[in-house]
Ligand binder design. Structure first.
Ligand code: SF4
Length: 377
């Protein structure tokens, strides 16, 4: 009997997959007053209630009505670990079909006013088809696209943690009540290629920027892509003021194709052309991600080529020392070589940052926790 009830619950659709307007129809169908739709939205997305029983502002009848038709949360938390320095929390979630995905919360203390930035890094696919050789997810293959609800729920789960910490700091007198902020930034940089799951990714972005819900400003949201050229073109027309990050990782086709098979479909020239187009259409600067792989793409001549390639493009380069993976073949470039590489870019007038590394001790790189769990089971 218990099993039957559980199966029934698991088969119900998640209300997180619905759009705001859909809630109006549900409320009308239930016979409740129209303002209940906004109340329900706020309870889920502002207060992060992931079970109807937690929403005590709604009548018991209405909650029962909702729970006969829907559920809210569908992710099952399997692992929750914190890095030694407490800056990073990584969660491994089970989906209702048994797939596993990862989400990460990163805390920065020094670069976002007094109270620090908190960034949620979320997944858009279980696995990934694009097979980048330096990436643990790429080594696992594609499983399936996430629904928009599964993408949004990762934000809500991380938001619960972030808000709880803020509230604790209020109690301890370290933060004022008006300074409760929760998550400040979202990066679509977890498992999967967000633009390969375009519809659900954009639907989730529209949800998280809604100012009566999660309310993260568009400019604090970054979508990271390996460079699916037609989808970048499509994104440029969405009128979203989000950031676009391109995983470039090499300055020429030969080097890039060695680590990123997608480069054979969309070579660098096409990619850079569409980047110029994107900047023209949106007036937004593009971020290029460049993972430094020892003896692969980190020489000074690579830096020269990169400088020439990006010359004249409104952009910023993030240089990222590679995360070691269990089966990884690339070593880490040392700090001095990182700085020399950066110096060359500076000569070309290209701004760059060497990214602060987080969560190395808890396998915070994309797909690494899932990989570790599966290899130890
Ligand atoms: S880096 Fe991104 S696109 Fe490449 S395999 Fe990993 S998840 Fe997929």
């Amino acid at each position: 009997m218990e099993n039957l009830q559980l199966t029934e619950k698991l088969n119900k659709p998640s209300i997180l997959d619905l759009e705001k307007e859909d809630l109006n129809k549900i409320v009308a169908e239930s016979g409740e007053k129209p303002y209940r739709a906004e109340q329900l939205w706020r309870s889920i997305y502002k207060e992060c209630n992931l079970d109807f029983s937690e929403i005590t502002t709604l009548s018991k009848n209405f909650r029962n009505f909702l729970s006969t038709k829907f559920r809210i949360g569908t992710l099952e938390k399997k692992i929750h670990i914190n890095s030694i320095d407490s800056s990073t929390t990584k969660l491994l979630f089970g989906l209702n079909d048994g797939e596993l995905i990862e989400s990460v919360l990163m805390r920065y203390t020094s670069d976002y006013g007094k109270k620090g930035r908190k960034t949620a890094c979320i997944s858009t696919q279980a696995g990934c088809a694009l097979g980048c050789t330096f990436c643990a997810t790429g080594q696992q293959g594609f499983r399936r696209n996430l629904t928009s609800g599964e993408i949004i729920e990762q934000v809500l789960q991380l938001q619960k943690i972030a808000l709880k910490e803020d509230l604790l700091e209020v109690e301890q007198g370290k933060r004022k009540k008006g300074e409760i902020q929760g998550i400040t930034n979202i990066v679509y940089m977890g498992m999967g290629e967000p633009l390969a799951n375009y519809k659900n990714t954009i639907k989730s972005v529209k949800n998280v920027i809604d100012n009566s819900g999660i309310n993260i400003g568009s400019r604090h949201i970054t979508i990271s892509t390996v460079g699916l050229v037609p989808k970048i073109k499509k994104l440029s027309k969405e009128k979203l003021q989000i950031n676009l990050a391109i995983s470039l990782h090499a300055p020429d086709n030969k080097t890039r194709s060695e680590t990123m098979p997608v480069n054979k479909r969309f070579p660098i020239e096409e990619l850079i052309d569409v980047c110029h187009y994107y900047v023209e259409q949106t007036n937004r600067r593009i971020f290029f991600e460049y993972i430094l792989l020892e003896d692969q793409n980190d020489s000074l001549s690579n830096a020269e080529k990169l400088g020439k390639l990006l010359n004249g493009l409104h952009c910023h380069v993030n240089l990222i020392p590679v995360n070691p993976t269990t089966n990884g073949v690339y070593g880490r470039t040392d700090d001095n070589a990182n700085r020399l590489f950066q110096g060359v870019l500076k000569r070309f007038g290209i701004p760059s940052t060497i990214r602060v590394e987080k969560g190395i001790d808890i396998n915070a790189g994309c797909g690494q926790l899932r990989e570790r769990v599966l290899s130890t089971n």
